[in-house]
Design a protein around this ligand. Structure first.
Ligand code: GTP
Ligand code: MG
Length: 288
């Protein structure tokens, strides 16, 4: 499935991230907890490699909890500091300041030794589109300042926001990278809403999602769409779902466009259930 994901404004955002890094003490990178690996932008890695960085696995309310915990531990074993959060509700938010202060401890001690008291900590918030960067900032600011939306590309310009805990945050537009090596990564990004639906074949995407879910979480599909069983072929499962939901045009044909948006919306909104699309166990699944 061909996905053209790299609009020109992302080049500009990358340039701005690079310029603004000089102004900040640390970076908070937000990833989607359903896809901690696919939502890790290698360009952000490269750009931010010299700054203390805290990773937030956001939308943890939509994942399988055990898998998210395993991701946090897997990242920890690579010396990457990560925290799971739900920025809509605020779960996990209170752990952010202590983690940041820990990351900046040496810097603060150096400043103190020079007799300089650093009061304000400036942090740039980065990540791929639609992961919840602006929602996070609004939660920290305790009032809704940054514009948010259930689609990628809502934040168009950078903006500084003050918080009540001595941290200033810089919101940035979401960025992807120019080349996905792996179709699985591209699909994960598309399933979770990081890529604009307008530039994709959503009918094909919904079929790929049904295929994925019937392999990994068939029970969830069965329960959500009241199916007795999933079919062997994903297209047959999709057809059954469409009939159950009445996504039919006159003459009894399936309305693939309509069922595609139903399935994608319900998946993205967590209505199909809590699904982690990636796990940190390389190769073998861990049961139990
Ligand atoms: N379920 C759930 N939804 C969330 C969470 N955080 C954000 N969202 C939703 O995700 C969508 C995107 O949020 P934004 O804050 O606009 O994302 P963004 O990263 O700023 O997006 P761009 O500016 O487009 O790059 C919105 O519909 C939010 O309500 C969360 O923790 N859980
Ligand atoms: Mg935003």
């Amino acid at each position: 499935m061909a996905i053209n994901w790299f609009p020109g404004h992302m080049v500009k955002t990358k340039r701005e991230i690079k310029e603004n890094l000089k102004l900040v003490d640390a970076v908070i990178e937000i990833r989607d907890a359903r896809i901690p690996k696919s939502s890790a932008n290698p360009d952000i890695d490269e750009l931010c490699k010299d700054k203390p960085r805290l990773i937030l696995l956001n939308k943890s309310d939509l994942t399988d909890n055990k898998t998210t915990k395993a991701w946090i531990n897997a990242l920890k074993s690579e010396s990457i500091r990560a925290i799971e959060v739900n920025c809509l509700k605020g779960d996990g938010i209170k752990n952010i300041k202590p983690a940041l202060m820990e990351l900046l401890k040496e810097k603060h001690e150096r400043l103190k030794a020079k007799g300089l008291a650093k009061i304000i900590t400036r942090v740039m918030v980065v990540g791929i589109p639609n992961v919840g960067k602006s929602t996070f900032i609004n939660k920290m600011a305790r009032n809704n300042i940054a514009k948010t939306g259930d689609r990628p590309g809502v934040t168009k310009n950078k903006q500084w926001i003050k918080t009540a805990i001595g941290i200033e945050l810089l919101d940035t537009p979401g960025v992807l990278w120019p080349k996905f090596e792996d179709e699985e990564v591209a699909l994960n990004l598309a399933f979770t809403g990081a890529i604009k639906d307008e530039i994709m074949d959503t009918e094909e995407l919904s079929l790929k999602l049904v295929e994925r879910l019937q392999n990994t979480n068939p029970e969830l599909l069965k329960v959500r769409y009241k199916l007795e069983a999933v079919a062997e072929e994903p297209i047959d499962t999709l057809n059954m779902i469409a009939r159950k939901r009445g996504a039919i045009v006159s003459g009894g044909e399936i309305d693939y466009n309509r069922i595609a948006s139903i399935i994608l919306d319900e998946f993205r909104g967590g209505k199909i259930g809590n699904v982690s699309l990636e796990n940190p166990w390389k190769g073998e699944e861990i049961e139990g």
